[in-house]
Design a protein around this ligand. Structure first.
Ligand SMILES: Nc1ncnc2c1ncn2[C@@H]1O[C@H](COP(=O)(O)OP(=O)(O)O)[C@@H](O)[C@H]1O
Length: 297
């Protein structure tokens, strides 16, 4: 499904312009290494999605390789997706606590833009009111800029609610941002609407409550809780439709790195869902260790 059309400002040309400017994100610069001191035994460059490692041949006869320089442990790059109220926020909190990643939520970036009163914010709100996707020309640049900041580059990132369409995935890939893992929170649809309609935010602490399942601790907190403008039954149904229309296209792009963290009947606790995610992330780190070990061998 296409993004929402706001005042006809969305054009295919603007998106292809975004996609057509690939920029290789290499965290290891070749200039960091000394030039090969012995041209008789040429250096070997090992290219991988993790950057560039320089390997020098010790002798032309012995097939031993000495790793002279390798990029320091790469931070994790994680994408998380799921229907409205599938628990992305809760899982993101648990993931960032344990793995120290920078949490970047596309919806939060858009709400900040609305709060800032910008033209992009005004246009985004029109789409969000309808439960539709905000045009790529607004979202892609916002996410790309946040991912490019030094904290995301150094600590790694957890991208929440992006991409929501194949064009968003392709645009980000064009800028050199690709995830190590794509997590899909799989929650039965029946429980989602109830979760959304009862969801409340404490604007002071940022904590999310549910009036029935996770009520505020005190009267004082209860009196200041707010509700997101799109957390009504009518709007969540629209958002669910949008999610269902787009999820398969996005999944097909990340098929080989997708894990589904499942709520089965909706009865699984947040700790159990996190355990599934945690185990997938640990496996990924183990695999990396094994791969870097075999490079050094
Ligand atoms: N990647 C995105 N592309 C386009 N629109 C988005 C994107 N992320 C969020 N939005 C807009 O913001 C709204 C709220 O998103 P979010 O805060 O993630 O909540 P939800 O859990 O309902 O998806 C979405 O319904 C959509 O209109």
């Amino acid at each position: 499904m296409a993004a929402c059309n706001v005042n006809s400002v969305y054009s295919a040309a603007s998106v292809s312009a975004i996609v057509a400017q690939p920029k290789l994100q290499s965290r290891t610069s070749l200039s960091r290494y000394n030039p090969n001191p012995n041209p008789k035994f040429p250096n070997i460059l090992l290219f991988s999605s993790r950057g560039v490692d320089l390997i020098s041949r010790r002798s032309s006869r012995t097939p031993n390789f000495l790793v002279l320089g390798s990029s320091k442990a790469e931070p994790l790059r994680v994408m998380i997706s799921g229907a409205p109220a599938s628990g992305k926020g809760t899982q993101c909190e648990l993931i960032t606590q344990k793995y120290g990643l920078v949490h970047i939520a596309a919806g939060d970036l858009l709400r900040a833009e609305i709060a800032a009163g910008s033209e992009n914010g005004r246009r985004a709100k029109e789409c969000m009111e309808k439960g539709q996707l905000v045009p790529d020309e607004i979202v892609v640049m916002m996410v790309k800029e946040r991912l490019s900041k030094p904290d995301s580059q150094e600590k790694g990132w957890l991208l929440d609610g992006y991409p929501r369409s194949s064009s968003q995935a392709i645009a980000l890939k064009g800028y050199g941002f690709e995830p190590d893992i794509f997590i899909l929170l799989d929650v039965p649809e029946g429980i989602l609407v109830e979760r959304v309609v009862g969801r409340r935010l404490d604007p002071v602490t940022g904590k999310i409550y549910h009036i029935k399942y996770s009520p505020p601790e005190t009267e004082e907190i209860a009196s200041r809780l707010t509700q997101r403008f799109d957390d009504t039954e009518e709007k969540v149904k629209l958002r669910l439709n949008t999610h269902n229309e787009n999820v398969e296209a996005v999944l097909s792009i990340y098929e080989d790195i997708t894990i589904k963290a499942s709520h089965i009947n909706g009865n699984v606790s947040k700790e159990d869902v996190f355990a599934q995610i945690d185990s997938a992330l640990q496996n990924l780190l183990q695999q990396r260790k094994a791969t870097s070990g075999s490079h050094a061998a």
